[in-house]
Design a protein around this ligand. Structure first.
Ligand code: DC
Length: 233
């Protein structure tokens, strides 16, 4: 029996490992993969580069609203690694959007309603033909409420901070401490779950995966099995 082409929404806290497993699943099943967090990060980088976020973190929302139509976010596959990378107005920003400068400001930008409306519309357009795996915070609740497969990934703040810390070290960041990363993770959790517009919450029909004690292989296997069950073996 041919498999159904479906929409896959994977939501969860920052550094829950959802992006890693979403990417592997998309590759295995030949679906497009979209990291919606990268889009909020790219808008944040734009703001930092254009003086829209002051040093004290204050956002000039009027300036951002005037510019939002000039922010084009696209994705391209790096031929050397096969990885999907993020472009802001034609420039590859994949590395810059992951640094602490962006990480410490992105929750504020992601809480602004007009920013969310603009990005959600783009995400829905990207997924209109299904065959997509998208990860984020509000994919199963707001972006694709009718997605056939919804997963909500959970793991403790300490586990997630350790993962992000290891990632920063492996990329050559030797200055950021584990405590700073943990504080950033907890701060973002608080903003992401308490904001008025599309807060992070489990969609009523999402399946919960607590991966605190699972290996990457176990998570990938779990996700693939769920996909096979939903799309038809
Ligand atoms: O997944 P991430 O850490 O790269 O996400 C970056 C930020 O963007 C995070 O603070 C939450 C926000 N975000 C969001 O509000 N909605 C999404 N769909 C994805 C990310």
């Amino acid at each position: 029996m041919a498999k159904k082409t479906i929409t896959i929404a994977i939501d969860g806290f920052s550094s829950s490992g959802k992006s890693t497993m979403a990417k592997v699943l998309a590759k295995n099943i030949g679906y497009a993969y979209i990291d919606s967090g990268a889009m909020y990060r790219a808008v944040t980088l734009f703001c930092l580069n254009h003086g829209i976020i002051a040093d004290d973190g204050t956002v000039d929302t009027a300036a951002l609203e005037a510019q939002i139509g000039n922010i084009a976010i696209t994705f391209g596959v790096n031929p050397a690694t096969g990885a999907t990378e993020t472009y802001l107005n034609g420039t590859n920003v994949e590395s810059q959007i992951r640094d602490m400068r962006v990480s410490s400001r992105v929750s504020t930008i992601a809480a602004i309603p007009f920013v969310r409306h603009a990005l959600v519309a783009q995400q829905q357009a990207m997924g209109k033909n299904k065959g997509i795996v998208m990860d984020g915070r509000d994919i199963g609740t707001t972006v694709f409420p009718d997605a056939e497969m919804k997963v909500y990934v959970d793991a403790s703040a300490e586990t997630r901070a350790q993962r992000r810390f290891d990632e920063l070290r492996s990329k050559g960041d030797t200055t950021t401490t584990y405590e700073q990363v943990l504080e950033n993770v907890k701060h973002r959790d608080l903003i992401d779950t308490t904001r008025a517009e599309s807060p992070l919450r489990r969609a009523h029909d999402a399946i919960v995966l607590d991966n605190s004690h699972m290996s990457r292989d176990e998570q990938n296997q779990w996700l693939l099995s769920l996909y096979n069950k939903i799309a038809g073996e």
